[in-house]
Design a protein around this ligand. Structure first.
Ligand SMILES: [Zn+2]
Ligand SMILES: [Zn+2]
Length: 324
């Protein structure tokens, strides 16, 4: 099969021919139709996440067709594969509804080969049926940008005014969910990024502007999607007493020191880690009812490096997706 392979951090992905993977017990063999490109992939390729399996086939927003294996899905079924690829089922986190924090979790496209390939072998228990009505490329970003974004929104509580800072793949989906829930969305971008600000307004944001400054009014919560630590104290300045700043990315630059006064008043800073299968099922049931529309820019498998470069540059509108 054709695949794009990471041999070492910092090196471009290599186009390779790999042997066809074979499903073991409880696994399904998928023909990959589309695979979303996530900022996490960039953190892996750039070496900011330091423990990937090597060599590695990245990609954890996989839409595929079941070819063989397992018992849960009939051949020909369309399934989605998320970041959470395996959990132990017996640690204290797994046993308390927090499998996203499993001590021994294995992640797709990090510990396990992912979807930057023609074929993939995955644990059937961690696959989701993909909602009908979404083309393969449109569905792919729902599987990480969508469902981890949705988890972040849930952890932001009942905020009526909510900032989404770093308006990329995840925020463009979460914005639609938040607006449908009757919240007012404030989209924070890099200073002067008028194109992204206009995009956010077109999705229902009440305000769009420079994230480091924020809107004139106080916010109930901010979700920080951008991997920029300086946005944490900047966001704390913008939330009301009792408000929350939720960091949704897996990696962030260091957070600069800030006066305790910014945290005082029972303001909360927290991160969001990974997903549970429950998050995925809940979000994939809600997405078509809104309906969430994804804005995608598509690339061929061999153009994965170009897709990553475009994500790195900040020039993408919505999400990048490899289409096979
Ligand atoms: Zn566990
Ligand atoms: Zn992701």
């Amino acid at each position: 099969m054709r695949a794009m392979v990471l041999d070492a951090a910092g090196a471009p992905l290599r186009a390779a021919e790999l042997p066809e993977p074979e499903p073991g017990p409880g696994q399904v063999l998928l023909r990959v139709r589309a695979c979303g490109v996530c900022r996490t992939d960039l953190h892996i390729v750039d070496g900011e996440l330091t423990q990937p399996k090597l060599p590695l086939v990245p990609g954890h927003q996989v839409v595929g067709e079941v070819l063989d294996g397992g018992e849960r899905f009939a051949p020909g079924s369309r399934v989605g594969v998320p970041w959470l690829g395996w959990t132990c089922g017996e640690c204290r986190f797994c046993l308390s509804g927090r499998e996203n924090l499993c001590d021994r979790a294995r992640f797709t496209g990090y510990d396990l080969d992912g979807g930057y390939a023609e074929l993939a072998v995955v644990d059937e228990r961690f696959c989701f049926p993909v909602p009908e009505g979404y083309a393969d490329d449109q569905a792919a970003p729902l599987l990480c940008a969508g469902l981890i974004g949705y988890r972040a929104l849930r952890l932001a509580g009942d905020a009526e005014t909510i900032g989404l800072y770093g308006f990329g793949a995840s925020a463009h989906i979460v914005c639609q969910v938040a607006v449908a829930q009757g919240r007012r969305v404030f989209a924070g971008t890099r200073a002067g990024d008028e194109e992204t600000q206009a995009f956010a307004r077109s999705l229902g944001a009440a305000w769009a502007g420079d994230a480091s400054v924020g809107p004139a009014e106080e916010l109930d919560a901010v979700i920080v999607f951008a991997p920029a630590g300086e946005l944490v104290p900047a966001s704390l300045r913008q939330v009301r007493k009792g408000g929350a700043v939720v960091c949704a990315g897996i990696h962030m630059s260091d957070i600069p020191a800030f006066p305790y006064e910014l945290l005082w008043g029972e303001r909360v800073v927290r991160s969001v880690a990974n997903l549970t299968r429950e998050d995925g099922e809940e979000f994939l049931a809600i997405a078509p009812t809104i309906p969430v529309r994804t804005e995608v820019e598509t690339f061929g498998l061999e153009d994965a490096n170009a897709a990553l470069a475009r994500l790195r540059s900040g020039a993408l509108r919505g999400a990048a997706v490899l289409v096979l």
